[in-house]
Design a protein around this ligand. Structure first.
Ligand code: COI
Length: 362
């Protein structure tokens, strides 16, 4: 039972119907926001409360709010999918709730119970129902729950005052070029996260540390950046905001093992299950970059892809570094990659049986 109800005080919409339809026709990713957002507050000694759905709009924050100085911020990413019959569903929200709880523990923030997390998603999606796209064209409503230390305090300690919000944004493809094979730059200058650090938490700081690597990638004509482990700088960690998967010539699926500095992606976990279901012998391994490049060159690795909630499954066509470039397979979208993508999105949009019970109606 959820203890938070997130009531909608005022149903007046912020965006005119015609403007909403124009946005829905070409949403891009992360550029447009809906009419409402969910909000709750946590206070030391009192717990969670002040839950409500309010108009989307600017936050009022003290310049001394702890998050602005010490970066205690964590977030999640999920999607709401409209099915052919008009109903709206989300995918494995309890996994995101549990990851938000793990991230909260690592950043010394309060944990939001799973049922309150799901209640907050449901409240926003029900208020913003006209924003959920039709299933054609694989559009969805991207949900971004986040939590931060809002307490006005400059001392370094766990915050006594925290705010939680859920905002929503109509979404098409994450990458500007659509579902085209990515060119990925191997960063030899930077690491995303270090041993014992916050790499497994979904906190803003991990993404902040990826930006310069991504800028370097773009300066070299690449779409994405790949980070290696910080200790030996030899093994694949992940991209700026997605996990990485390898498909071999003999039909096996490999992904980097969770080392504590890799995000435990919900899409990654779902792919491991779908791969097991179809006999792709999935394994979680230490993937040494130089060996992966040799295996690409020898034809042992025939496909690679990036995966995450926003990116779904996106083929990787080429690696590039300061010393060379490597084309994976024929550089085009791989057959296994695209068929896993078809199966995953088929389940999410209700076109394929949800045999693992992954969908929750909102
Ligand atoms: C997601 O996939 O939902 C993320 O949070 C990653 C980000 C690159 C958009």
């Amino acid at each position: 039972m959820s203890s938070l109800a997130f009531p909608l005080a005022d149903p007046a919409r912020r965006v005119a119907d015609a403007d909403r339809e124009a946005i829905r026709a070409a949403p891009g990713f992360g550029q447009h926001f809906t009419d409402f957002m969910a909000h709750a507050q946590w206070r030391e000694g009192e717990g969670w409360g002040s839950d409500e759905v309010i108009p989307f709009g600017p936050l009022q924050l003290s310049p001394a709010a702890a998050v602005l100085h010490y970066a205690q911020e964590i977030f999640e990413g999920l999607k709401a999918f409209r099915h052919e019959d008009g109903t709206v569903w989300t995918f494995r929200p309890e996994k995101n709730a549990e990851r938000l709880q793990r991230s909260a523990r690592r950043l010394a923030l309060p944990e939001l119970p799973t049922e309150d997390f799901i209640a907050s998603l449901r409240a926003v999606v029900q208020a913003d129902e006209p924003w959920v796209p039709s299933p054609a064209g694989e559009q969805s409503l991207y949900l971004r729950p986040f939590m931060f230390a809002s307490e006005e305090f400059l001392g370094v300690r766990a915050a006594h005052g925290v705010d939680y919000y859920v905002i929503a944004s109509p979404a098409g493809a994450y990458f500007p070029r659509g579902i085209q094979p990515l060119v990925v730059w191997i960063s030899d200058s930077y690491a995303r996260a270090g041993a014992g650090g916050t790499g497994a938490a979904k906190c803003g700081g991990n993404y902040a540390s990826s930006m310069l690597g991504k800028k370097e990638a773009q300066a070299n004509g690449a779409d994405e950046v790949l980070f290696l482990d910080s200790e030996t700088h030899t093994a694949i960690d992940e991209l700026s905001g997605m996990n990485v998967v390898v498909i071999t010539k003999d039909g096996r699926l490999q992904t980097p093992a969770l080392t504590g500095s890799i995000l435990e992606g919900v899409t990654r976990d779902s792919i491991l299950q779908l791969a097991a279901d179809r006999g792709l012998a999935p394994s979680e391994d230490r993937l040494v970059m130089s060996e992966v490049l040799d295996r690409i060159a020898s034809g042992d690795i025939v496909e690679m892809f990036a995966c995450g909630t926003a990116a779904v499954i996106n083929p990787i066509g080429e690696f590039r570094s300061a010393v060379g470039s490597w084309t994976i397979g024929d550089g085009g979208p791989g057959e296994v990659t695209m068929s896993l993508r078809e199966e995953l999105t088929g389940i999410q949009y209700g076109r394929i049986e949800d045999r693992h019970g992954w969908l929750t109606q909102l």
